[in-house]
Design a protein around this ligand. Structure first.
Ligand code: NAP
Length: 221
């Protein structure tokens, strides 16, 4: 699959490397062509830098790995407002969180909502924002693989995101439609605050066996 990576920073490179190992081709773009070339080079032979104008047409799926401040501009750069991403799955990895306070920066809605508004017709999935890029690929036992909580409105897009997360070695928990994205994004602030307080966030959530519940209200892949 041609995975289009919108972004040229740390997350873009770590995800790109991991998906290259899984056999995907990577198309990398961003506001700075030199950064795109450097990021593609770090991902290896399966990756190439592409002009933002050509990006959407060549990508089977798009992964946004952009700083919050640049997110709207980045989607615009690849023609999102003109419908270039219509019909495509766009996976939004943005952490729109103030690292000092843990507060979510969008006053309402979410970063994923911004992507959906900026790219009419795209099927947006919120995913992969909670785990450091260095978590991937995960190569340990399946039972202890990271569970990536995702949300989105289109089943086909959720399935595609789950497949790509599976290629990273992760498991997927679908927690709702795109309206749940703010809750997922808030979770990043919660994790940061627990870490800042000196604790492992893994220990800050209850240990619940879903098999013991009759109706968990979530699905997993
Ligand atoms: N790093 C991780 O492990 C990780 C994990 C989960 C989620 N995330 C999220 O993924 C996104 C990318 O993180 P990252 O670690 O890859 O960040 P990064 O290394 O700083 O890269 C930021 C990317 O956003 C682009 N950008 C566009 N407009 C920007 C603006 N106005 N200000 C700053 N950057 C702008 C940068 O382009 P230029 O190269 O032109 O500056 C670069 O491609 C963030 O939302 C982050 O919270 C990161």
């Amino acid at each position: 699959m041609n995975v289009g990576i919108l972004g040229t920073g740390n997350l873009a490179v770590t995800l790109g490397r991991a998906w290259a190992l899984a056999g995907h081709s990577l198309l990398v773009t961003g506001r700075n062509p030199l950064h795109a070339s450097e990021a593609a080079a770090q991902m290896g032979d399966a990756a190439s830098a592409v002009d933002p104008v050509d990006f959407a047409g060549r990508a089977d799926v798009v992964v946004a790995a952009i700083a919050w401040e640049g997110l709207e501009g980045a989607v615009s750069l690849v023609g999102g407002a003109q419908g270039s991403l219509a019909g495509k799955t766009v996976i939004d990895c943005t952490n729109a969180v103030d690292y000092a306070t843990g507060e979510l920066k969008p006053a309402s809605g979410s970063a994923a909502d911004l992507v959906a508004r900026s790219a009419p017709g795209a099927s947006v999935v919120k995913a992969l924002h909670l785990f450091a890029g260095a978590s991937w690929p995960y190569v340990g036992p399946k039972e202890t693989a990271p569970v990536v909580a995702i949300c989105g409105d289109a089943q086909s897009a959720l399935d595609l995101a789950a497949a790509l997360i599976g290629d990273l070695g992760g498991q997927t928990a679908v927690v709702g439609g795109l309206a749940s994205a703010r809750q997922l994004e808030e979770a990043a602030g919660f994790v940061m605050r627990v870490v800042a307080a000196g604790h492992n966030p893994r220990l800050a959530v209850p240990d619940v066996d879903p098999a013991s519940l009759s109706a968990a209200g979530t699905t997993s892949n």
